[in-house]
Each structure stands twice: as structure tokens, then as C-alpha cells.
Design a protein around this ligand. Structure first.
Ligand code: PRX
Length: 660
């Protein structure tokens, strides 16, 4: 039995079921009839969901799918995303409602911002960006800590029709530079630094370096707008750098939002693919906002008095869809937390839930597993009784973590919604509905109303219940990616060529249907890894390693890891002239990867090997390396060009250098 089959068999023995709480079911936003209603008239269903949004001009057609895979949703409609997330709530008399309870990492550093205040801030930032020369269509990069100004900047960009590209603050200056160049960002918005793990962590120096690097790639960033957050010393270039407090604080709070076409680009989010070059996923305005707003309302059963908290970073798609666009379009009150879960001490998250009376909490399995390890005494010492719904995202949640989450954090009252989606899908696709579904620990269950998914075999035929295959989306959906920025061909090739005949979107994940037809997502079937819910490309890390002068060749695999889901394991062949690489070679290579990509990509393990297993056509057989990395007996080696290679690797490892 292969490793995946074994996991599957274990998962499918899971027979615990958790019914929706009666009270929640009785008042649920979405009930079981929605599945049939959506299936009977999918476009009609999505037309109805679009009524959640305020349109400056109504659309004339729900979907134009005449040139697949290039979709147009809500054709002819015009809207402003920031108006929808902010102004309309103020106009409706809800200006005094708190939009954001900001919690900085330093204890006591809090700030609550109402919708009326948010409207002023976004208008000021929109005016300031315009003054800096940003016009509709120009790209603005955002490299910021989790502070209100990050949300304000995203909304200000949306308000003036300038697509933003948020780059996660943990990425290196090299990674930032390549993104600045790829999307030709005119302005970068950053901060001197942010607080992480009890200390000020600098951001501005990485922007300075990235700007210089982008210059060598032929791209000039015109302005850098800098929030003073930590008060750290920063290098300053008067011709480029502008303080936020100089440009924004004094700007007018009056700004008229312009209505943009439903298909106007809203943002580009870079994500790892199967090649070394990150893909700029393009989302547009109307369909994306409808998708985020509808799913946030339906999957989290959002009510007006909820206090919502999503712990994602705005540098990832979850922060875009479920901190900024979905929740704010829905006029929610939410918590925004800057720092790490264990600063200044391990119970920080639970303190925040208690202090703010959080009712809906959305986080990642990797975090849940680390809390399980720390022990239940920590959350048990806090009052978490305000919680009524828990969500999970980013990777498959193992049944133990699901049950612990529900039991210890949710006091057995709360449904857990395991939400499957991707940067590309823009919003949640597969998830239980909290008022309808009897949840199974470890299963994302079925597509939500309006979404059509299948598990298919190599030929694109649906597999029967009880079998596994490839996860596909069989119908277009409003928040779908529109293309890869500047690369329509790669867009077609990556997502639409595998099942071109059927016209299915190929998600890159494997999944299984259980005997009830419920879906269990098993993880990636391509060369993409999922480390602590972060998406990393094996090839991207391989090219980072090969760019080191001592490295001749490298192969990277994602190996199972109890804490992080998967961990990066690298096999490296050194150049002859590098000899044995020296005593510090492993540390040197790990440092190099951090510099090239960022700390999240640092290999857990680097093994210096004499050879790599390859097929006769020269393709690296990662499957065999995964066996080694996971300490398993090495599988079938008959397709290797040289079947003795695995022996060489194993013997090299027992006597050679490795690193844990
Ligand atoms: O493999 C799936 C996994 O995360 C991938 C998408 O990563 P990214 O675009 O970074 O978006 C993460 C947040 C939406 C998917 O292809 N994934 C995400 N959610 C789940 C999941 N795997 C299993 N269960 C989930 N709930």
C-alpha cells in the first residue's frame, strides 16, 4: 500500500460526525435548499448573490464564457470595491460600528477604528497615492506588517483603481524585487518595521535593496511610502522616500470613489507554481467581491453582532479575501492582530479572543497543532465562551487537530468549517455549511452552493464513491482567477490543459470521495509543497540552491512533518571544485535559501549526496527522494537510469553530512 493510500485508509475509518447546533441551524443564513436552487440555475444563483454588492451601474449579463478559459462575470456592471467595503456602510447609518479592533504585538497597543474613521483614512490614502502619481491601472506593491495602514492601503488602491500586489513581509528582498519587476510596480508602500516575537523587525531595508535590484532588472520604482511603526532608524532617499504621516495624515478626507468595470483588475497575488518563477494571480473586481462577500456570509454564518477574527497575514490570499474584501464588504467588526501567537506569552491569541469577545475564529491547522503540543491548560485558563464558529484553512486538517479544536477551543459547541480553496479560486469552494452539514473531522465535505467540483481519473471521468483522483472545478465561478499576470499561455497551460476536453479547472490537488460522496482533500499532486499552510515550489527552492556557487545540482521534496504538515528536504550535489563543501556547508546553504526566498523556504534538512535518482529521460524521481526523506523503504527503482544510485545516496547519507 502506498503512503497516500495508507493515509487515506486511516482517514476513511473516521466515523465521528458532528451535527450542526440546533440554534444555529434554525437561524442559518444558508439552508439545505440552497444546494438545489444553485444547481437548478447556477447563473441565476450568482445573479442573486451579486445583489449583496452595490453596483454603480447594473450588469447586463451574469457570465460571458464565450472565450474559455477567459471569463467575464457581471458584464457591463460598474462598481467601486472600496465604496462597497467602507462608504456604503457609513451611508447606511453604520458609521459608528467598529470595523477593526487592531491589536499590536506590544501588549496594550490597541486601536479601534469605526467605519466612519476607516472612510476618512481610506480617502486620505487615496488622495495621497494620487498625489504621488498613482493613477487607475498603475500597480502598487505593499510590503507591510499587519497594521491598519496595510488594510487602508489596499482599500485606497482599490478606490482609485490601482491594482495592488501585497508581498508577504517574510519574503526576502530578492523575492520582493522579482515581484516588483514582474508587475512593474510604480510605488511601494511599506513601514520602517513591525513587531514580531517581542522585537522590532525591520522592513524598509529590504525595500531599499529590492528597489536597487529591480533597477538592475530594468525596472524603476518611483516612490516609497513609509509608515512609521517601530521608530527604527531607516536609510532615507529624499528623491524617492515619503513618510506616510507627511503624505497621508494631512490629506483631505474627501474623496469620490470612481466606478470601475466589473472586470477591472483589483489585485495581483504571487503564488508558487511548479516552475521557479512565481505566478501573478490576477483577480478582478465584481466577481471577486461577490465571491468573497457571499462565502464569508454563508460559510461563517455571519450575523450583525459577530466579532470575527482571521489570523492570516494580509500577504496571503486568505488575508485578502477574509480580512479585507469579504468581511469589510459585509460590514463586519473584526480583530486585526500584528504579531505571533506566543508573544509575549503562549496564551496571547486566547487572551485576544477573551478580551474582544470573538465569536468567529478562522485559522490554520499548523497553528492548531502547535497549540495541541503546548497543552490545553493554556486555552483552558481563558474564557473562550464567546466563540460560536471555528474555521480552518490552508492544508488538510488531520482529524485529531479538528477534534481538539472543536473540543478544547470550541467547548464542543462550535461547528468547525474546513474550507478548501486556493489563491486562484479567490474564495472558498468546498466547505461544510455550519447550519446544514454534519461535519466529519478531516473532510471539507462538498462544494458550497454555486460551486461545482468533482474528483476525476486520468481521463477526466468522475470516480465512484470510495475512490480517489484529481480535484477539478467543473463550472466557472465569479471569484476565479482571470489569468496569470502577463502570461495568458501559462494560465491556460497550468490550469486548463490537463482536462481541456472537459473544460475543467485543474486545481493541482488530489482528493477522495468517501462512501457518502464527501470530499477528502489529500494535498498537492504536483511539485508544490505546503509548509505550515504556505505554498512553496520545489523548483523555486531548487533554483535558489543551484544559484549558490558550491552547488552543482539540487532536488527538493516535501516530506511529511508532524508540526508543519510538510517540510522542505533538499538533496544537493556539490560542484567538484567545492570538495566536501567545508564544515558549514549545510548552514551556508540554508542561509542562502533564506536570503533568496525568505525564512519560510528554509530547508528543514539538507543532504549532500553524490548522485540524484533520474529516469532515462533525465527527470528527477522525487518519489524516491521522498521515501528517503520520510525514512521509508525506497520504492520501485526499475525506471531509474542507474538503479545503483539509491544505494549510493543511502550509503552517502549514513556516513556523510545531513542536517536536522
Ligand atoms: O493544497 C491545497 C491547500 O492549499 C492549496 C492552496 O494554497 P494557497 O493558494 O496558498 O491558498 C491557501 C489558502 C486558501 C490548495 O491547493 N489547501 C487549502 N485549504 C485546504 C487545503 N488542503 C486541504 N484542505 C483545506 N481546507
Amino acid at each position: 500500500m502506498s503512503n497516500t493510500d495508507q493515509t487515506l485508509a486511516n482517514l476513511l475509518q473516521e466515523d465521528r460526525r458532528f451535527d450542526p447546533p440546533a440554534e444555529l441551524a434554525a437561524h442559518a443564513n444558508l439552508t439545505a435548499e440552497a444546494y438545489d436552487r444553485a444547481a437548478a440555475d447556477r447563473e441565476g444563483f450568482w445573479a442573486a448573490q451579486a445583489e449583496r454588492i452595490t453596483w454603480a451601474e447594473p450588469f447586463t449579463q451574469v457570465l460571458d464564457w464565450s472565450d474559455p478559459p477567459f471569463a467575464k462575470w457581471y458584464v457591463g456592471g460598474k462598481l467601486n470595491a472600496a465604496y462597497n467595503c467602507v462608504d456604503r456602510h457609513v451611508e447606511a447609518g453604520r458609521g459608528d460600528k467598529v470595523a477593526i479592533h487592531f491589536v499590536g504585538e506590544p501588549v496594550g497597543d490597541t486601536r479601534s477604528i469605526t467605519y466612519a474613521e476607516l472612510q476618512d483614512l481610506v480617502s486620505q490614502a487615496a488622495n495621497a497615492l494620487t498625489d504621488l502619481g498613482v493613477a487607475a491601472g498603475d500597480r502598487v506593491a505593499i510590503y507591510m506588517p499587519m497594521i491598519p495602514e496595510a488594510v487602508v492601503t489596499m482599500l485606497a488602491c482599490a478606490r482609485i483603481g490601482a491594482p495592488h500586489t501585497v508581498v508577504f513581509g517574510g519574503f526576502s528582498s530578492d523575492a520582493l524585487a522579482s515581484r516588483l519587476e514582474d508587475c512593474q510596480a510604480k510605488v511601494v508602500v511599506t513601514a520602517d518595521g513591525g513587531y514580531r516575537r517581542g522585537a522590532a523587525s525591520a522592513l524598509k531595508p529590504a525595500v531599499d535593496e529590492a528597489r536597487t535590484k529591480a533597477e538592475t532588472l530594468g525596472h524603476t520604482v518611483e516612490k516609497v511610502l513609509v509608515v512609521r511603526r517601530t521608530g527604527q532608524e531607516v536609510e532615507w532617499d529624499d528623491s524617492v522616500d515619503v513618510w506616510w504621516h507627511d503624505a497621508v495624515d494631512g490629506a483631505s478626507t474627501q474623496h469620490t470613489p470612481e466606478a470601475f468595470d466589473a472586470e477591472h483588475p483589483l489585485y495581483v497575488m504571487y503564488t508558487s507554481g511548479t516552475t521557479g518563477k512565481p505566478k501573478g494571480i490576477l483577480h478582478t473586481t465584481g466577481g471577486y467581491l461577490v465571491g468573497c462577500s457571499y462565502t464569508h456570509w454563508a460559510v461563517f454564518d455571519l450575523k450583525d453582532d459577530d466579532v470575527y477574527w482571521c489570523t492570516a497575514d494580509i500577504g496571503w490570499v486568505t488575508g485578502h479575501s477574509y480580512i479585507v474584501y469579504g468581511p469589510l464588504a459585509n460590514g463586519v467588526t473584526q480583530v486585526l492582530y500584528e504579531g505571533t501567537p506566543d508573544s509575549p506569552e503562549r496564551g496571547r491569541w486566547w487572551d485576544i479572543i477573551e478580551q474582544h469577545g470573538v465569536t468567529i475564529f478562522y485559522t490554520a491547522p499548523t497553528a492548531i497543532r502547535s497549540f495541541m503540543k503546548q497543552g490545553r491548560e493554556i486555552p483552558d485558563a481563558r474564557d473562550l465562551s464567546s466563540l460560536r464558529l471555528l474555521g480552518s484553512v490552508g492544508e488538510p486538517i488531520n482529524p485529531e487537530a479538528y477534534v481538539w479544536y472543536r473540543h478544547v477551543i470550541g467547548g464542543d459547541r462550535t461547528p468547525v468549517v474546513d474550507t478548501w480553496w486556493q489563491t486562484e479560486t479567490g474564495s472558498i469552494m468546498i466547505s461544510p455549511l455550519p447550519g446544514v452539514t454534519a461535519g466529519k473531522p478531516g473532510s471539507a465535505m462538498i462544494p458550497i452552493p454555486g460551486v461545482a467540483a468533482e474528483v476525476v481519473d486520468e481521463e477526466g471521468k468522475p470516480v465512484p464513491n470510495g475512490s480517489g483522483g484529481y480535484l477539478v472545478l467543473t463550472e466557472p465561478w465569479p471569484s476565479m482567477l482571470r489569468t496569470i499576470w502577463g502570461d495568458d499561455e501559462r494560465f491556460k497551460e497550468t490550469y486548463w490543459s490537463r482536462f481541456a476536453k472537459q473544460g475543467y479547472y485543474f486545481a493541482g490537488d488530489g482528493a477522495k470521495k468517501d462512501s457518502d460522496g464527501d470530499l477528502w482533500v489529500l494535498g498537492r499532486v504536483d511539485d508544490v509543497m505546503n509548509v505550515s499552510g504556505h505554498r512553496l515550489s520545489t523548483t523555486e527552492i531548487e533554483s535558489a540552491l543551484v544559484s549558490h556557487p558550491k552547488v552543482a545540482e539540487a532536488a527538493v521534496v516535501g516530506a511529511k512533518d508532524e508540526d508543519t504538515g510538510q517540510a522542505v528536504c533538499a538533496f544537493v550535489i556539490l560542484r567538484e571544485e567545492a570538495g566536501d563543501g567545508g564544515d558549514d556547508i549545510v548552514a551556508e546553504l540554508r542561509k542562502h535559501v533564506r536570503k533568496e526566498i525568505g525564512p519560510i523556504a528554509t530547508p528543514r534538512q539538507i543532504m549532500i549526496v553524490p548522485e540524484l535518482p533520474k529516469t532515462r529521460s533525465g527527470k528527477i524521481m522525487r518519489r524516491l527522494l521522498r521515501d528517503v526523506a520520510e525514512n521509508r523503504e525506497v520504492g520501485d527503482v526499475t525506471t531509474l537510469a542507474d538503479s545503483s544510485v539509491m544505494d549510493l545516496i543511502s550509503s552517502g547519507l549514513s556516513g556523510g553530512k545531513g542536517d536536522e
